[in-house]
Design a protein around this ligand. Structure first.
Ligand SMILES: Nc1ncnc2c1ncn2[C@@H]1O[C@H](COP(=O)(O)OP(=O)(O)OP(=O)(O)O)[C@@H](O)[C@H]1O
Length: 402
């Protein structure tokens, strides 16, 4: 069937009181951006609903894009009909037939009319009956089930028209990207941080990423892997800027100065200092990382205390209470898992000591660091950060660099 409209519902937004207009506008803009490769598609808003006007574009293509837009509760391809009961009957019949096509018309159904436009002269109970009888009379293997039907035909009588839908697709949920402020994701090449980025995006943040690398100890493939992971996030985030921090000199300085078993803690403290300084300069309000409580030595509560000591910026940890398996499931869903497990060296693993401290003592760590010129090292490193803009289609990135 060639649909003309897609009706988009956004549940959580209705809770947001006076911010609502802003949220609706942002969602509208995000949907238009997600569908920008289909120039004929237009959007329009009206009383708590957003409509995508397909103008000849295939619903299946649009559906794939809409599934990744945060802030959408659900959406349905819809037929738009006049304020005319016969037209509504015919649309209900067409959609029921289509939904049960694979089953030769056998199954259960329900008609659900909502009369938002109270000026329409027929009530919803009357219309449920009229439309239901019309469809039943034409499909002999069909019965009514109001509790758990195979097909639910929803009819919305609105002020501008009547919309009839036969299938409802679950949206990505969450809040529209761009409504919760701008954050800086600490993106490694691992499994966890891309998932943390995805979950932060789900709460409506705009996202940029920072990655620490240590060439020649880490190679070009490791860098490419991080770009590929950021590209996977563009599906939800739009363009993602990745800021690459050349970390080799600083890591070598840490390696020289700090006892082996405290090296990881000190390395993390420097990463956090650099991320914070850059974030402030760059206008990011919070940092996001992929830490999960107790997962590895540097993620025990004592380690977090010792590492977090260097920053006053909020550090969001969306995975903090998750099991590894739960994180892996999300990584598979968002298609980052296969890239994350590619075996390229991360800067944090190159000088990995055999027995990192799981309970580092803050005073000792501060004492060891007092022999380093922390401020200068941080400033020098921040000054060398390079930025790459990652887009959904790699070809476009290439073009934009020319
Ligand atoms: N090279 C890096 N660049 C940027 N951030 C990093 C880097 N390495 C680690 N991080 C950040 O620190 C967090 C903890 O890293 P760590 O290696 O201890 O744990 P992890 O559970 O293996 O995380 P991941 O799977 O994301 O690498 C990461 O989730 C990420 O946010």
């Amino acid at each position: 069937m060639q649909y003309e409209h897609v009706l988009v519902r956004y549940a959580e937004l209705s809770l947001k009181g006076k911010n609502r207009k802003k949220f609706e506008r942002q969602l509208d803009q995000n949907i238009r951006e997600a569908l920008s490769e289909y120039p004929a598609v237009k959007t329009t808003r009206s009383f708590g609903r957003l409509y995508v006007l397909l103008n000849g574009t295939a619903y299946e293509d649009v559906r794939e894009k809409l599934k990744h837009v945060f802030g959408i509760h659900s959406f349905s391809p819809a037929m738009k009909v006049d304020f005319d009961v016969d037209a509504m009957c015919e649309a209900a019949y067409t959609l029921t037939k289509e939904a049960l096509e694979q089953r030769n018309g056998a199954g259960t159904f329900k008609i659900n009319v909502r009369r938002i436009n109270k000026g329409f002269p027929h009530g919803s109970a009357e219309l449920n009956y009229t439309l239901g009888s019309y469809v039943l009379a034409r499909m002999e293997k069909l019965t009514v089930d109001v509790k758990k039907p195979d097909v639910e035909i929803k009819v919305e009588i609105r002020s501008e028209a009547v919309f009839v839908t036969g299938q409802t697709e679950k949206g990505a949920g969450g809040l529209p990207v761009g409504t919760s402020g701008n954050v800086l994701l600490m993106l490694s090449g691992g499994i966890d941080s891309p998932v943390a980025g995805y979950l932060a995006l789900k709460r409506g943040v705009t996202l940029e990423a920072i990655h620490f690398h240590s060439p020649p100890y880490t190679n070009a493939q490791a860098k490419k892997k991080v770009e590929d992971l950021a590209r996977k996030l563009t599906k939800y985030a739009g363009t993602v800027k990745v800021h690459f921090v050349p970390f080799t000199e600083l890591q070598l300085a840490i390696h020289k100065q700090i006892p082996d078993n405290c090296e990881i803690t000190v390395t993390r403290r420097f990463m956090l200092r650099i991320a914070e300084q850059f974030a402030k300069q760059n206008g990011n309000k919070a940092l996001v990382n992929g830490e999960s409580l107790g997962q590895v030595a540097s993620q025990t509560l004592d380690s977090m205390v010792a590492i977090n000591d260097v920053t006053t910026m909020p550090v969001l940890r969306p995975l903090v209470t998750m099991d590894k398996q739960e994180t892996i499931e999300i990584a598979r869903e968002i298609d980052t898992y296969a890239t994350s497990i590619l075996p390229f060296e991360d800067c944090c693993t190159i000088f990995l000591p055999a027995d990192p401290k799981t309970r580092p003592k803050l005073e000792k760590i501060r004492y060891y660091e007092s022999f380093m010129n922390v401020e200068e090292l941080v400033n020098e490193t921040v000054a060398k950060i390079e930025t790459v803009e990652i887009r959904e289609r790699e070809e476009e990135e290439f073009t934009s660099l020319l």
